[in-house]
Design a protein around this ligand. Structure first.
Ligand code: SF4
Ligand code: SF4
Ligand code: FES
Length: 237
């Protein structure tokens, strides 16, 4: 049987790569390999996953230097001469081995006012938004984000400016800026208009190239820039 040579990050930020030999199998994913190591070679290996089918985003790691969902990454697609490397997601604190602390990532969603704020109570009628409304379509284009952090780990700006809100939080802010029911629009635009907000984006597109959901945070960030300019010109900010 063919054997894979796999290097896996161990420890915290000051850790090192450790080598393992894993039997190669047909249709094997990177997550299958990590699971094999944890179950058969070293039970102390820490990693995170849940759904195994590309629904939850919790299995995101760095594979051969690229952020990916490991459950949807086939070994055949990334192994070079039967070898590859797996490390934790970049730009986030490492708790241990392949597990990162996602708190700074989600704190930025809160800073970007990434929570819906409505004005109606349960006694009011439902808001009626036509599905083909162009503004609603803007929201729909970014709404399927599952918060995996792949775009965040792929964005160089986050590395250069740790305060930068990053593509996922800004994409979330854009979906809410395009939601006619939300009543915190001015506050949200102020939150994303700071030096660490949408104007810090250099439009390098790595987030959009890497998002496994095929979303375009770059387009959302451009939309926020337009909305901010409009609000300033109209004297609203
Ligand atoms: S387009 Fe902006 S948010 Fe996306 S990776 Fe580039 S700098 Fe980061
Ligand atoms: S925008 Fe895409 S890559 Fe970024 S967190 Fe959402 S699903 Fe993941
Ligand atoms: S384990 Fe849920 S997306 Fe990979």
């Amino acid at each position: 049987m063919e054997t894979l040579r796999v290097k896996v990050w161990r420890g915290t930020e000051r850790g090192a790569l450790q080598s393992f030999a894993v039997p190669r199998q047909a249709s094997q994913t990177v997550l299958d390999v990590i699971t094999y190591i944890q179950r058969h070679l070293d039970a102390t290996l820490a990693y995170r996953f849940s759904c195994r089918v590309g629904m939850c985003g919790s299995c995101a790691m760095t594979v051969n230097g690229v952020a990916r969902w490991t459950c949807r990454t086939h070994v055949d697609a990334i192994a070079e001469d039967g070898a590859f490397e797996v490390a934790p997601l970049a730009h986030l604190p490492v708790i241990r081995d392949l597990v990162t602390d996602m708190a700074p990532f989600f704190d930025k969603w809160a800073r970007a006012r990434g929570q819906f704020q409505g004005a109606k109570s349960r006694h009011d009628d439902f808001a009626r938004i036509a599905p083909d409304n162009p503004v609603r379509r803007q929201a729909d284009a970014g709404i399927e984000c599952i918060g995996c952090g792949v775009c965040y780990a792929s964005c160089d700006l986050v590395a250069w400016n740790p305060d930068y809100l990053g593509p996922a939080a800004l994409n979330r802010a854009w979906t809410l800026a395009s939601d006619a029911r939300d009543v915190a629009q001015r506050e949200r635009l102020r939150a994303v208009g700071s030096d660490a907000g949408c104007h810090a984006c250099h439009t390098q597109m790595s987030c959009t190239e890497r998002c496994p959901k095929k979303l375009s945070p770059t387009a959302g960030i451009a939309g926020l820039k337009r909305a901010l300019a409009r609000a300033v010109l109209q004297g609203e900010l």
